[in-house]
Design a protein around this ligand. Structure first.
Ligand code: ATP
Length: 343
């Protein structure tokens, strides 16, 4: 069974029925791990796609299979209509960027970025211009002659990004490129990467387990679970219409209320504490309240129709969330989505 991705195959990347297996049983056991289990995926020319999913769901394995670093046990990877079976990593025309950008310690910034251009035989004068252009694009103009040992972690990853982009790869594959950096820096880099990829028109697949990062960088986000691609959609679409409960759960939908034609998935902002004890809604009991950004996030024990559960409901202002007090909880449809009951 494949994904629900229905982009028409044209230029760009096309993956069909991809299977990646590790026959040593994963890290330390006996048997076989099916890391990627029949994935179909299309990435159009110029598109940025993020692969999102929990640790161990197979994101890296899929990316590595596309790169040619991992053999396919089934299925195909094609680019611009050409099957890449048997094409080695360095002949695919793809750029790679990993968590540790692995810069060359003995080369300065300029010569790191120039590496792929040297291999491609670009004349020196042209190379210098291209390197300068890329260093400007990643916000490191003026860093050309710095030793890489003097760079911060974020600066190193910017250099690695510039190096990966320099030869104009027809596809850039990024595997958790910022996961070693702190959150504030990650957010800034995610913005910058999106801008650089857009400005250069680079087609990219970006692996991350961080929702915010995926939604910042990508045109479309693919959600993976246990080796399968559950849904591929634009960020707003994914939030508005998760294709299944599993996707909704992964996105952070907090409660699931049975309905006649599916399940109402209640998002993080889908519940309100209603003013007045006589309001129409579900009676609940306050566990705790946290005042945040001008409103209170109230943890409430309530039965929304699927048994008693603990949820978070929003309350305007900062009063009335005493632990133990009775409240009435209502739904805010804008923060909810109906999902099919097929999983
Ligand atoms: N080289 C390997 N040998 C054996 N098993 C592996 C190998 N690489 C990955 N696996 C297994 O394959 C499954 C998928 O791993 P993968 O690294 O692709 O997931 P991931 O979603 O990228 O996870 P993470 O976010 O933690 O990097 C896991 O069960 C993992 O243990």
């Amino acid at each position: 069974m494949g994904s629900v991705d229905e982009t028409t195959a044209g230029g760009g990347l096309s993956v069909r029925g991809a299977v990646v297996r590790y026959d040593d049983g994963g890290r330390g056991g006996a048997g076989t791990t099916v890391a990627v289990d029949g994935v179909d995926l299309d990435v159009a020319d110029g598109e940025i796609l993020a692969l999102l999913g929990p640790s161990g769901c197979g994101k890296s394995s899929l990316l590595r299979a596309v790169a040619g670093l991992e053999p396919l046990a089934g299925g195909t990877v094609t680019f611009d209509g050409v099957d890449l079976a048997g094409v080695p990593v360095h002949r695919r025309g793809f750029g790679l960027l990993f968590q540790d950008g692995q810069l060359f310690a003995h080369r300065d910034v300029e010569r790191n970025v120039a590496y792929g251009l040297e291999i491609a035989g670009m004349p020196r004068a042209e190379r210098v211009g291209r390197v300068r252009e890329l260093l400007d694009a990643v916000g490191l103009g003026g860093y050309a002659h710095r030793a890489v040992s003097t760079l911060s972690g974020g600066e190193k990853q910017r250099v690695a990004l510039a190096r990966a982009l320099a030869p104009r790869p027809r596809l850039l594959l990024l595997d958790e490129p910022f996961s070693a950096l702190d959150r504030a820096l990650r957010e800034r880099l995610a913005d910058d990467v999106r801008d650089v990829l857009r400005a250069t028109g680079t087609t990219a697949v970006f692996v991350t387990h961080d929702h915010d990062e995926a939604f910042t960088v990508a045109d479309r986000v693919g959600v993976m679970k246990a080796g399968r691609l559950l849904q591929v959609a634009a960020p707003e679409e994914l939030w508005r219409a998760p294709a299944s409960r599993a996707v909704a759960e992964f996105l952070g939908y907090q409660a699931f209320v049975p309905q006649r034609d599916g399940v109402l998935a209640v998002g993080p902002t889908g519940l309100r504490v209603l003013p007045g004890a006589e309001a129409t809604g579900w009676p609940g009991r306050v566990v705790a309240g946290t005042f945040r950004r001008g409103r209170t996030e109230v943890t409430v024990d309530v039965d929304l129709g699927a048994g008693a559960e603990r949820v978070v409901a929003l309350q305007d202002g900062g009063t009335g969330a005493e632990p133990g007090s009775a409240v009435v909880v209502g739904l805010d449809p804008a923060g909810c989505a109906v999902v099919p009951t097929t999983d």
